[in-house]
Ligand binder design. Structure first.
Ligand code: PLP
Length: 402
């Protein structure tokens, strides 16, 4: 008989996005002409300043443990970034640097949530939220809007109970690309402060916005801001997903200190090379961010243009991120089965909507190059069109659909 694992291990599922990445990578490695529109990482190269900082640090031959909650240099860079983008001056004791926004959020949940506490967030949501809340012993409370992909403030607030400890928001949203409006954010910040509930803003995409739009600034509506937690990182902003550097900022020193204890007792500290690189990226030339937004906006427009050629697919125009969340329920209400079908028959990797809490949808990323977007959508159109020829040639590979 094999040794038993923890009850927790039995309840926590795989990350569907990481799983699809692994599958697409394996197919590619096996020589299959896969189009990967399932990913969550921009393909552009790392900023030169970050690369130089890593080389310089490595050449010093001092690659050591760093202060557990982040180097003073990186904390200072994050505080400057926060002042510039949120107009509020925080102190070093208000920030913790972690191994990605993901660990920052996880540390927060461990530090703030007791067993049975409720964490309220809207669907569609980032795939990891429910599992992370459960790992911390909390209860995910998922709110679905009655209309469209964006929940209304009243709908979200109706889900709040005396057990609610946290409201968790992500804007622009992975997977919908939608941005919450000014009134929505104002209502949430004021409500959370009045009711003494944590409001977590997962702002990892806050600068990746299109058509001249801006994400509303939650700090503008906060008084003491002791329960407003802003999470961010370098993964999406600079395409530095591999550094694993993110952070949390909050005016509540006790919270940040508790998050620091969680981190000190688990990972000890962040990677020395990564912290140097992240600080350099934050302090370096920021024109790469505007360039990225321009490219992503163009990619989005190409994607929408190609998607419009597939009958019955419904899409709300993404206002930011590099994802679109499309309703394919006309073809199959089982998004897992549809994603599997498209991967097998058309060799296009997408993420099923059910992983984001919205069945019948597929998430399509547009951080790939435009040729891949056009080709991927062409293949999806072919695979779903019952009147199209049964076979399609891709190089020397023959695809056959049902
Ligand atoms: C909404 C959201 N939050 C957090 C993260 C995690 O970012 P990081 O790479 O900094 O851990 C992601 C990554 O996909 C995300 O989409």
């Amino acid at each position: 008989m094999s040794i038993s694992l923890s009850k927790l291990a039995g309840t926590i599922g795989d990350s569907p996005t990481l799983k699809i990445n692994a599958k697409a990578r394996a197919l590619k490695a096996a020589g299959e002409p896969v189009i990967h529109l399932g990913g969550g990482e921009p393909t552009y190269p790392a900023p030169q300043a970050a690369v130089d900082a890593i080389i310089q640090k490595a050449k010093s031959r001092k690659i050591k443990y760093t202060p557990s909650s982040g180097t003073p240099e990186l904390k200072a860079a994050v505080l400057d970034y926060t002042q510039q983008h949120y107009g509020r001056r925080y102190e070093p004791a208000h920030v913790i640097i972690s191994a990605g926004a993901k660990q920052a959020l996880f540390n927060f949940l461990l530090a703030a949530v007791d067993p049975g506490d409720e964490v309220v967030f809207p669907a569609p949501y980032w795939v990891s939220y429910p599992e992370m809340v459960r790992m911390a012993g909390g209860k995910p409370v998922i709110v679905r809007g009655r209309q469209g992909l964006q929940v209304q403030a009243e709908e979200l607030l109706r889900a709040v109970t005396p057990k609610t400890k946290v409201i968790l928001l992500n804007s622009p949203c992975n997977p919908s690309g939608r941005i919450y409006g000014e009134d929505f954010i104002k209502t949430m910040v004021e409500f959370a402060e009045r009711e003494n509930i944590f409001l977590v803003m997962d702002d990892i995409y806050h600068q990746l916005v299109f058509d001249g739009k801006k994400t509303p600034n939650p700090c503008a509506y906060a008084q003491e801001a002791k329960n407003l937690v802003i999470i961010n990182g370098v993964s999406k902003l600079y395409g530095l997903t591999g550094l694993r550097i993110g952070w949390a900022v909050c005016a509540n020193k006790e919270l940040i200190a508790a998050m620091g204890r969680m981190q000190a007792q688990s990972t000890s500290c962040n990677c020395d090379l990564s912290e140097a690189a992240a600080a350099a990226a934050l302090k370096g030339d920021q024109s790469c961010v505007q360039d990225l937004c321009r490219v992503l906006q163009e990619n989005r427009d190409v994607l929408l243009q190609e998607a419009a050629k597939i009958p019955y697919v419904k899409v709300e125009k993404p206002e930011g991120t590099f994802y679109s969340f499309m309703d394919f329920s006309h073809y199959n209400t089982d998004s897992n089965a549809l994603a599997q079908y498209l991967l097998e028959k058309a060799l296009v990797a997408l993420v099923p909507g059910v992983s984001f809490g919205a069945e019948g949808y597929l998430r399509i990323s547009y951080c790939a190059d435009q040729a891949s977007i056009v080709e991927g959508l062409r293949r999806i159109r072919w695979a779903l069109d019952k009147n199209a020829p049964k076979e399609m040639k891709i190089g020397d590979k023959l695809l056959t659909r049902d």
